[in-house]
Write a protein that binds this ligand. Structure first.
Ligand code: B1M
Length: 209
């Protein structure tokens, strides 16, 4: 049986009920993050492409996203197993910016950062800049991580960074999301761009130790 085909196709077809078992089977011989990179992201990329081309419609996109949510629940449990040591290396705020409800990527980044003992204050998705600034001050954080997946919401990311820097130039902002790249991150004045969750951990290490 070709297990790779399994989870990949299960996501493509949006067979929510089968996602957990297929993920458990993969975890018997694959690293959790490799499952994310080799199965989940490629399947979602293809779904996104099909949606953009009009080959599938919003209900199918939603079903696939829900299928991924089920799969990621299992991956998350597995990742969390060896992170019982509770000495926090520092606080990080995470948020998907206003107008944007894509949070799968942010949630992956969160789990990995927690795994490396950073304390995550997760503000969720569709978060207004005012709230992000307020929480950054209130919680006395140094590093703020913002996620955006749409061309239309990168502007909100830029505005959030502007307000954060005006409030406190010492705030360090890391950004991520499929719509971004290094150049764009520079253009909107982010301090760091993270291509994926592993890079987010490297940046946290650089900034917080
Ligand atoms: Co939508 N969506 N979606 N969607 N969706 C995209 C983003 C899109 C590119 C699809 C397409 O048309 N090709 C397109 C945006 C077009 C554009 O702006 N250029 C799009 C659209 C149009 C929409 C709607 C407007 C559709 C509609 O309603 N008509 C709507 C948006 C509503 C809104 O936000 N206001 C919408 C809705 C949805 C669902 C709800 C169905 C679902 C999201 C479910 C959820 O997140 N809870 C969904 C999905 C699943 C996608 C695609 C298919 C997959 C996104 C994803 O989760 N990828 C997406 C197409 C695509 O990206 N290929 C698409 C996997 C995820 C792990 O990757 O988030 O990039 P990513 O995260 C990576 C890295 O980027 C990085 O690390 C992660 C792990 O490696 N990273 C960070 C991300 N954030 C980081 C933060 C960091 C550091 C690293 O530090 C803080």
């Amino acid at each position: 049986q070709d297990i790779k085909e399994d989870l990949f196709n299960i996501i493509l077809k949006g067979i929510k009920e089968e996602a957990k078992d297929a993920t458990r089977r993969l975890l018997t011989y694959k690293e959790p993050l490799n499952i994310v990179n080799e199965y989940i992201i490629p399947a979602l990329d293809l779904i996104g492409e099909r949606y953009e081309n009009g080959d599938i419609f919003l209900p199918q996109l939603i079903r696939s996203a829900e299928t991924v949510k089920n799969s990621f629940e299992i991956i998350k449990e597995d990742l969390s197993i060896d992170s019982k040591e509770q000495i926090s290396k520092g606080k990080i705020i995470l948020a998907t910016v206003k107008g944007d409800i894509h949070d799968i990527g942010k949630n992956i980044v969160k789990v990995l950062l927690e795994n490396y003992n950073y304390e995550i204050i997760d503000l969720g998705k569709d978060v207004p800049k005012e709230k992000i600034v307020k929480e950054a001050i209130k919680n006395d954080v140094k590093l703020i991580g913002l996620s955006a997946l749409m061309t239309t919401t990168v502007k909100n990311m830029e505005d959030t960074i502007k307000d954060l820097k005006e409030e406190n130039p010492e705030f360090v902002v890391m950004v991520g999301g499929a719509v971004l790249n290094h150049d764009y991150a520079n253009m909107i004045n982010a301090d760091f761009y993270a291509k994926d969750a592993r890079e987010a951990v490297n940046i946290a290490r650089k900034v917080l130790g």
